[in-house]
Write a protein that binds this ligand. Structure first.
Ligand SMILES: CC(C)(COP(=O)(O)OP(=O)(O)OC[C@H]1O[C@@H](n2cnc3c(N)ncnc32)[C@H](O)[C@@H]1OP(=O)(O)O)[C@@H](O)C(=O)NCCC(=O)NCCSC(=O)c1cc(O)c2ccccc2c1O
Length: 260
């Protein structure tokens, strides 16, 4: 498969997967998700790879979630909502190798969900984290909500989702959403350091540890699968569509006008 939306490179035991849509703040469309799934499968089962790094091209964003210009209600690809999100979230969990989210700039919406699901998050000091679903007519009814609560606690996870605030890298570190924060110009070196440390360890012990951590939260995969059907019905409502329209028109949404 040749890639249009992502970059893929293996160097020194690490597979580097980069979302390459900087003009869209690395937002994903259906094609981006398909390519990411393919790349994670490739890296996951390549014996020369011991660690996977997920990042976004440029310095503005890691990823800002679903591409608002690629949907009017449902997205433009495969799956219950036109984005194979369940498959993408699953493969990040299922690859038997640690996945590091290298975050510079915005990790927003589905981008923050991707970073949350990765085994580690290492951020540049100017990174910004947050969820925007209820502000733009969307929600992640699976790992983005339930798994987030395991990481930052129920109260904080609900604040993140209901309030749609933005959090600095320092705040994200304090709430346990990221593992380390470094000056932006040291981010690559810091991630390389983490990769080198991982590569010294037993890959099979790490693979079993990863499976073991995952099994404890595996029920969320079922919640996500069911939740996508609710999300699909929601995407077809005027209330949800108002969120996308308002974002594109750079104005405040008027959700209450459309509530059924
Ligand atoms: C990231 C921002 C906070 C930046 O705000 P700022 O004010 O600094 O800049 P702009 O808003 O002017 O943005 C600059 C530029 O980038 C474009 N852009 C940014 N994000 C996107 C995007 N997601 N899609 C398309 N384009 C984007 C923006 O239009 C500007 O372009 P110009 O040409 O006008 O200059 C802010 O931009 C922001 O909040 N972005 C996020 C927007 C968003 O709505 N994201 C999607 C949320 S929903 C989602 O991610 C999601 C959907 C699902 O279906 C899921 C299903 C299952 C699980 C999870 C899901 C999920 O998370």
């Amino acid at each position: 498969m040749s890639y249009e939306d992502i970059l893929y490179e293996v160097k020194e035991g690490g597979a580097h997967i980069t979302i390459n849509r900087p003009d869209k703040y690395n937002a994903f469309r259906g094609k981006t998700c398909e390519e990411l799934i393919h790349a994670f499968n490739k890296a996951g089962w390549d014996k020369s790879v011991g660690v996977i790094v997920l990042s976004g091209a440029g310095d503005k964003a890691f990823c800002t979630g679903g591409d608002q210009s690629a949907h009017e209600g449902q997205y433009d690809g495969r799956g219950t909502i036109g984005l194979p999100m369940e498959d993408l979230h699953s493969i990040i969990r299922d690859v038997p190798k640690p996945v590091i989210a290298k975050v510079q700039g915005f990790a927003i919406g589905g981008g923050n969900v991707l970073a949350t699901i990765c085994d580690f998050t290492i951020a540049g000091e100017k990174a910004v984290f947050g969820q925007v679903g209820p502000k733009v007519g969307s929600v992640d009814p699976g790992f983005g909500t339930a798994f987030l609560a395991r990481i930052v606690g129920e109260k904080k996870a609900r604040e993140i989702w209901y309030m749609c605030r933005k959090y600095s890298a320092a705040e994200a570190l304090a709430m346990g959403l990221v593992n380390a924060v470094v000056p932006n110009d040291q981010l690559d070196a810091e991630v390389e350091k983490w990769c080198a440390e991982i590569l010294e360890k037993s890959p099979t012990a790490i693979a079993i540890a990863k499976r073991s951590f995952n099994m404890d939260s595996e029920n969320i995969r079922g919640i996500a699968g069911m939740g996508m059907y609710a999300l699909s019905l929601y995407y077809d409502t005027e209330e949800s569509k108002e969120g996308g329209r308002a974002f594109k028109e750079k104005r405040k949404p008027e959700f209450r006008k459309y509530q059924k």
